[in-house]
Design a protein around this ligand. Structure first.
Ligand SMILES: NC(=O)c1ccc[n+]([C@@H]2O[C@H](COP(=O)([O-])OP(=O)(O)OC[C@H]3O[C@@H](n4cnc5c(N)ncnc54)[C@H](OP(=O)(O)O)[C@@H]3O)[C@@H](O)[C@H]2O)c1
Length: 327
């Protein structure tokens, strides 16, 4: 089958369209015919082998698993022994192993059914970015106001819609070119951070919840924008040292959290069937409409990853292995 694989760590040019054996589902796994694969920042981290800490898990000199991709939507082609949750023909989405390919395997506990009225591309891009937004919002279930920093990107475009659907007052922070997009997602206010001085670009309010997805402001600035009893969730950020990356910020934030006052917490999202089903329900009834910026054919994976990495995508980028198969 065709797949996008890499032989060494590096930037997107290490990705190659190649022929690899079709995977065989092990007991407890399903085989998926991939109809769409979301391109998320985790793909970039594994591809680049950065931060270096990640290489302890992914492989010291090259990734153990050469085929890239995690977010997936597709059709169950076969099931391994002991799989009772799904049957061949089911339309499912979630996370799988090496999803930038015509076929991939996945564990049922990381999959859910796609509602009939939802397409493969929109389902695929939800599996990590949507679940991350959902789990981040859960950090403060009673929050009435939320500030979403990085509102125009993959995770942010989900967070804005999902916070709005929960009845929260949403302020989104993004660059000029994404202001109308973020407003269209439902944000009550949109702050264009390029038009304000650093430190004064968070809308001037105090928020019950801040989701820091962009991750490039000092904690002291975030503290100033947070209600005295508010919650800050460090979701992302591409800064930090080359060894720890954004993890170092999580550790500093946790150390500065106060039990009685402001709470700082990091997030390491994990896709699971229950959260996927919650997203599926929201997509089915139109509360959530995943924003897909561009769909690329599988052969253009390099461009797709470069597009994500440029930070220009309005929402998500997706790969389609067999264009014409109705993603
Ligand atoms: N914790 C977890 O489990 C988890 C899960 C998934 C992703 N992540 C992390 O979350 C981060 C974002 O992922 P993503 O998929 O949403 O990436 P993305 O699609 O590139 O979105 C990031 C957004 O941040 C915006 N941004 C950049 N600088 C900014 C600034 N100074 N102020 C406000 N916004 C700024 C970018 O656009 P503009 O500058 O044009 O507005 C972009 O839209 C990554 O670091 C990723 O690794 C973490």
């Amino acid at each position: 089958m065709k797949a996008i694989a890499q032989r060494t760590y590096g930037e997107a040019r290490v990705l190659e369209l190649t022929d690899v054996p079709k995977p065989v589902p092990r007991p407890g796994e399903v085989l998926l015919e991939v109809r769409a694969a979301g391109v998320d920042m985790g793909v970039w981290h594994v591809m680049a082998g950065r931060p270096y800490l990640g290489r302890l898990a992914f492989g010291l000199f090259k990734p153990h698993q050469p085929v890239r991709g995690m977010e997936v939507a597709g059709v169950v082609a076969a099931v391994g022994d002991q799989v009772t949750e799904f049957r061949p023909g089911d339309r499912v989405f979630g996370t799988g192993k090496g999803t930038f390919a015509e076929f991939s395997t996945a564990a049922p506990k990381r999959l859910a059914r796609i509602p009939e009225n939802v397409g493969f591309a929109q389902a695929a891009v939800s599996a990590i970015s949507g679940v991350t937004a959902l789990q981040a919002l859960r950090a403060a279930p009673d929050a009435a106001t939320v500030l979403v920093i990085g509102a125009g990107g993959g995770v942010g475009s989900f967070a804005v819609q999902m916070a709005k659907a929960r009845g929260m007052r949403v302020t989104g922070v993004c660059s000029t070119g994404k202001v109308e997009f973020v407003r269209g997602l439902g944000a009550d206010e949109v702050v264009d951070y390029t038009r304000s001085a650093p430190g004064e670009d968070l809308g001037g309010g105090t928020y019950d919840l801040i989701l820091d997805i962009a991750g490039n402001r000092p904690l002291s600035v975030l503290r100033g924008a947070l209600h005295p009893h508010g919650t800050l969730v460090i979701v992302g950020g591409e800064g930090g040292t080359s060894f720890f990356g954004g993890m170092s910020r999580n550790m500093v934030a946790a150390a500065r959290s106060s039990r009685k006052g402001q709470r700082f917490t990091g997030l390491l999202s994990r896709t699971n069937a229950r959260d996927l089903a919650e997203l599926a329900d929201a997509m089915a009834d139109g509360r959530l409409v995943p924003a897909v910026d561009t769909a690329y054919p599988l052969a253009e994976a390099v461009r797709a990853v470069e597009h994500l990495r440029s930070g220009r995508a309005h929402g998500k980028v997706v790969l389609i292995p067999n264009a014409g198969s109705g993603a």
